[in-house]
Design a protein around this ligand. Structure first.
Ligand code: NDP
Length: 450
């Protein structure tokens, strides 16, 4: 291993040894950019890696609120303002019990690279809370969001830091957060949050963007290897924002999606998933995926047992799209997928594939689309939402979709060019990391030691 990379990884391990997700993300990125680091000592002389891995600022705060029973509940809030090299901090908010500093830092670190790949002027950040919106009433969610924003507002702004949604933060939560921000600031700063509803400054196609973008990237990758999406069988983990719109675009490209899941279990419908039914369960009723059986009793429901690997990856498929959460596709799952003849895996979620599973898939010549490139369509469209807010203007659905498609094609081409440049044709993990790193390192050198 390059001695500079090794030294920086050692520093991180010593400092943050108790942050496994963060160290996992660092390992993947730093190891794959080694061929670039080997070409010049300018990276070490300018302390590029030491500076890149350290967030500019980490904010942690108390979020007290009162539940419907009148009890006081205290959650923990976070905002990791990782890097503002190329634009205001930008990245989603996640509300999920698994949120901790390690998860926030891995997501923030990945976000810097992803945002650089979009070609748009946005820095990297992530935030959230260990609050679980599942099972809470609308009023509880509102009170929580208002309390969360009562602290967060002083750290964000449309030219400073622009949060968006992520797991557990959809249109409802963004609405409550925006309302409280506007009330405190007594000003209409529309560009302070993205993922807003279209009726108060949101962008058409933002809701669909991550899933659609994933499919555009996948289509480019397959086409470069003389394959098409049409006619393929697809399995998609999750049934949230990313999964639903990946499914919609996959079907419109001629694929058949046969399975989706939530954290309780997986639905297998060999005739093809009825997406309207999934949308009704998840977007309207906020129910569980098992309810799919009520309208499609012929489908199969496989329960997710605690400690067992995810049932969805045992289903035979041509294309697997992990769109739920980090480390959901393990080495064991990768082996089953390969055995069952998978040809491509494209990551809709952030870091859903473990490092050893990624390596296994690549060693078996499975086309692999890494998250920071393949799911960048969401944040890219958030940046398009910000620019519409600045212009006080709305693009049509078609205009935003065509900009998104162009961005995803550019991202694929950048990843391909970077992987070719190190003689690793088809290694889009290295390609994505290197393409983003080159841009960030140049900006860091240009801006001096800050
Ligand atoms: P949502 O909250 O809308 O959906 C998450 C989905 O994943 C739910 O169906 C959830 O099920 C499921 N899930 C969560 N944990 C598990 C688990 N352990 N096993 C199986 N299923 C699980 O989130 P999003 O769709 O917005 O985000 C999904 C992923 O995509 C995240 O990694 C996020 O960071 C990433 N992402 C999202 C973007 C966006 O624009 N929304 C942009 C870029 C990346 P349940 O309801 O049971 O919890």
């Amino acid at each position: 291993m390059n001695s500079y990379v090794e030294r920086v990884l050692e520093i991180a391990k010593k400092r943050d040894g108790n942050q496994p997700e963060f160290l996992q993300a660092l390992n993947e990125v730093l190891c794959s950019i080694e061929p670039v680091i080997n070409t010049s000592d300018k990276y070490e002389k300018n302390g590029i890696l030491e500076r890149l891995i350290e967030p500019e600022r980490v904010i942690m705060f108390r979020v007290p609120w009162v539940n419907d029973k009148g009890e006081v509940v205290v959650n923990r809030g976070y905002r990791v303002q990782y890097n503002s090299l190329i634009g205001p901090y930008k990245g989603g908010l996640r509300f999920h019990p698994s949120v901790n500093l390690s998860v926030m830092k891995f997501l923030g670190f990945e976000q810097i690279f992803k945002n650089a790949l979009t070609g748009l002027p946005i820095g990297g950040a992530k935030g959230g809370s260990d609050f679980d919106p599942k099972g809470k009433s609308d009023n509880e969610v509102m009170r929580f969001c208002q309390s969360f924003m009562t602290e967060l507002y002083r750290h964000i702004g449309q030219d400073v830091d622009v949060p968006a949604g992520d797991i557990g933060v959809g249109g409802r939560e963004i609405g409550y957060l925006f309302g409280q921000y506007k009330r405190i600031k007594d000003a209409y700063e529309g560009g302070v949050l993205t993922g807003k509803d279209i009726c108060y400054g949101g962008s058409l196609t933002r809701k669909e963007a991550t899933g659609y973008g994933l499919m555009f990237f996948l289509r480019e990758m397959l086409s470069h290897h003389n394959q098409t999406v049409a006619g393929k069988t697809v399995t998609i983990s999750g049934s949230g924002n990313v999964a639903i719109y990946a499914c919609q675009k996959a079907v419109s490209m001629g694929a058949k999606v046969v399975a989706m899941c939530d954290s309780n279990g997986c639905i297998y419908d060999k005739d093809g998933i009825d997406l309207d039914c999934i949308k009704d369960i998840k977007e309207v009723r906020r129910g569980r995926i098992k309810e799919y059986l009520e309208c499609h009793p012929q489908a199969e429901y496989i329960e997710q047992r605690a400690g067992d690997s995810a049932p969805i990856w045992k289903i035979k498929t041509d294309i697997a799209l992990p769109c739920a959460t980090q480390n959901e596709l393990t080495l064991e799952d990768a082996k089953v997928l390969v055995q069952n003849g998978v040809i491509a895996v494209a990551e809709g979620a952030n870091m859903p594939t473990t490092l050893d599973a990624t390596e296994y898939l690549q060693q078996h010549n499975i086309l692999f689309a890494p998250a920071k490139a393949a799911n960048a369509g969401g944040v890219a469209t958030s940046a398009i939402e910000m620019s519409q807010n600045s212009m006080r203007y709305y693009y049509t659905f078609e205009e935003v979709e065509s900009k998104l498609e162009r961005i995803m094609i550019n991202i694929f081409n950048a990843c391909k060019a970077a992987s070719d440049s190190i003689g690793q044709n088809g290694n889009y993990v290295a390609g994505a990391n290197i393409a983003a790193f080159n841009k960030l390192a140049n900006a860091m050198i240009a801006q001096g030691i800050v």
